[in-house]
Design a protein around this ligand. Sequence first.
Ligand SMILES: *[C@@H]1O[C@H](CO)[C@@H](O)[C@H](O)[C@H]1NC(C)=O
Ligand SMILES: *[C@@H]1O[C@H](CO)[C@@H](O)[C@H](O)[C@H]1NC(C)=O
Ligand SMILES: *[C@@H]1O[C@H](CO)[C@@H](O)[C@H](O)[C@H]1NC(C)=O
Ligand SMILES: *[C@@H]1O[C@H](CO)[C@@H](O)[C@H](O)[C@H]1NC(C)=O
Ligand SMILES: *[C@@H]1O[C@H](CO)[C@@H](O)[C@H](O)[C@H]1NC(C)=O
Ligand SMILES: *[C@@H]1O[C@H](CO)[C@@H](O)[C@H](O)[C@H]1NC(C)=O
Length: 361
Amino acid sequence: MRSYLFIGLLGLLGCHVNGYATGLERVYSLDRATQGISISANGRTFLSQRYSTTAAPQIVELLSDNTTKLYPNSAWNSYNSSDSTSNPRRTFVSVDGARIGPDGRYWVVDGGSSGLNGSTKLAGVNLTTNTVDKLYYLDEIKASDSGIDDVRFSASGKVAYLSDTAGALLVLNLKTGHGVRVLAGSESATAWYPMMYNGSLVPGYGAPGSTLAVGLDQIEVSPEGKYLYYQPCNGGLYRIETTYVDAALTNSTMAATLEDYAEPFALTPSTGGTTIDGDGNIYVSDTNLLAIWKVTPEGRATILVQDDALLWTDLMWVSSDKKLWLPASQMRPGGSGLMAEGPNYIFTYPIDAGPSPIDHA
Ligand SMILES: *[C@@H]1O[C@H](CO)[C@@H](O)[C@H](O)[C@H]1NC(C)=O
Ligand SMILES: *[C@@H]1O[C@H](CO)[C@@H](O)[C@H](O)[C@H]1NC(C)=O
Ligand SMILES: *[C@@H]1O[C@H](CO)[C@@H](O)[C@H](O)[C@H]1NC(C)=O
Ligand SMILES: *[C@@H]1O[C@H](CO)[C@@H](O)[C@H](O)[C@H]1NC(C)=O
Ligand SMILES: *[C@@H]1O[C@H](CO)[C@@H](O)[C@H](O)[C@H]1NC(C)=O
Ligand SMILES: *[C@@H]1O[C@H](CO)[C@@H](O)[C@H](O)[C@H]1NC(C)=O
């Protein structure tokens, strides 16, 4: 009797007997810090994983026996800055965003290395042939201090949007490879506060006492393709109609004045990553409260689930069985960066919708 009451009470408090918040299910326990998960239409699973705070992440496929294999092959994951025969144009130098796009390709954003020509690129891997069959070098579009970070696609599939943590957005015509860098210097793209982690400011890479501030990082496109949402890492979500963003590719006046079309949308927290579902709800991982927020298409922002295990949840995924996939990377950037001691967990959480038709296949 007493134990029933006890469990009932825990239920009311939103706790679950397995120790995690109600609904939160631990699916994978991995050895390495896992920053991103993508699941293809036929169930193949790809991860971006780190080995240390300094070495670049690698891309792996998670096989059915739960072992991992470098993807698309070991050559693409073989970059070594001390080895002069390493080709930065044909290897991943510094992987960041990685996700399956609406065309079914697995797209990898390589932030590259500043000053290393050909290292900053967007690579599309064909999942049938398991080869990189699309490759866009971003040298001509980015700025010298750019940190190219993540990618999303327009409804037509003809335009890619890439975030630049220096505080800008790249708009890329996927047909021609031509692109523009917009919103540079806009308040909406600039970090207006350092990031928070578990109640404290995140230390910076500079002198002791410095803090980490990161500009435009998270981007999403609404399911019908009308809006591009974006924010700096410390939060403050804006949106712009994609018609204006796309026009910036051919209209230099528009490119220069794009911020005039930005509308504030929701006051979001310090963010590890975002994703969007088929109903247009945006999920935001809160690195400070170790929680996931839900921002509705009307702009209402509330906490969906909180759990201390949701440590720096990064690139999330929505699957067709209406689950939100949450890789708790345990990987905090910044000075004295924290590296997961492992194991690293990937959780799922039930939501009311499947993936957006234009977000991933
Ligand atoms: C792989 O992991 C999944 C998720 O935890 C589990 O359901 C499955 O049984 C595992 N497969 C093997 C072969 O261990
Ligand atoms: C990187 O290249 C250097 C120089 O060739 C070599 O000594 C080192 O072992 C390589 N590192 C790895 C991880 O292969
Ligand atoms: C850098 O790469 C671009 C193509 O991405 C090429 O057009 C340009 O010539 C290269 N510059 C140098 C200095 O190698
Ligand atoms: C991937 O390659 C296959 C075989 O060449 C081709 O049929 C398919 O159209 C390619 N996928 C995409 C998205 O282009
Ligand atoms: C978060 O901070 C609290 C208070 O300092 C500490 O007890 C807890 O271990 C921290 N959690 C993590 C995951 O670092
Ligand atoms: C270019 O954009 C500007 C600013 O929005 C707009 O006033 C102008 O009409 C556009 N030009 C064309 C040719 O569409």
